[in-house]
Ligand binder design. Structure first.
Ligand code: MN
Length: 147
């Protein structure tokens, strides 16, 4: 592998494929994934770039592994646990283990972020109907959550 791979501008990089966020599903919308660094680099972690189009969102999920996120484009909001936070470019986000989380781009701007994650990790879990009902008892969460 070459030591340097070039930016092609607009958050694309030479030799890096723009991939679907996840296999097809209805629990996310308008989001792409690029694996920038990972197993081919001999690392125990991966660094991915995700981009959510205006109005789109990631899956509401939780899991044992952590995420370390740095917003590098646009603006949006994130649910971490039971709090919704506004996000601007260059903000950082920590997702602890077993904590509900969901990212949403703003209506007008995309939300692009770098996400560091363990290479070996457990599969995300989505809320059960009972868990979803419990989360939605909080009006702010009910407004925010997309499933
Ligand atoms: Mn996650």
């Amino acid at each position: 592998m070459k030591p340097v791979f070039r930016s092609r501008g607009d958050f694309r990089w030479e030799g890096i494929e723009v991939l679907p966020y996840k296999p097809a599903g209805t629990h996310f919308r308008d989001i792409s994934r690029q694996l920038l660094f990972g197993s081919e680099d001999g690392l125990g972690c991966e660094l991915r770039y995700f981009e959510i189009d205006p109005g789109g969102h990631s899956t509401l999920e939780r899991h044992a592994h952590r995420h370390a996120v740095l917003i590098v484009r646009g603006a949006g909001r994130v649910l971490v646990g039971r709090e919704v936070y506004a996000l601007e470019t260059y903000d950082g986000v920590r997702i602890p283990p077993w904590t509900w989380h969901q990212f949403r781009a703003s209506a007008q701007r995309p939300l692009g972020f770098l996400c560091m994650v363990d290479r070996e990790r457990d599969r995300p879990e989505r809320p059960s109907p009972a868990e979803l009902e419990e989360l939605r008892r909080d009006a702010a969460l009910a407004e925010f959550i997309r499933t």
